[in-house]
Design a protein around this ligand. Structure first.
Ligand SMILES: [Zn+2]
Length: 94
């Protein structure tokens, strides 16, 4: 099931679960796929995504799924609709 993430805490609560994060960066016109345990998908990390802030400033959106296929479909759909670049994160790709 695909769930939209709108706060940092939602993502923090999911950290120990298996799943995938679709991170959409509006200013960079980029859609990235991460595993939920990637440091770049961790709001607590200084380099991690910040859903609360992105929501507040309208600079991005985030989706989580336990299914990689579902997450990839969503990522590709957003990338196609918006004309953004879709990439799989090189750090957590596996
Ligand atoms: Zn990653």
């Amino acid at each position: 099931m695909l769930t939209e993430i709108v706060t940092d805490q939602q993502l923090i609560d999911l950290y120990t679960t298996q799943g995938y994060l679709v991170a959409v960066d509006y200013p960079k016109k980029e859609v990235k796929l991460h595993t939920i345990d990637c440091m770049l998908a961790d709001p607590i990390s200084s380099v991690g995504v910040k859903p609360s802030k992105a929501r507040e400033n309208n600079t991005g959106e985030f989706w989580v799924s336990e299914s990689r296929d579902e997450a990839v479909s969503k990522a590709e759909e957003i990338a196609n609709n918006k004309g953004y670049t879709y990439t799989v994160c090189p750090i957590c790709d596996r």
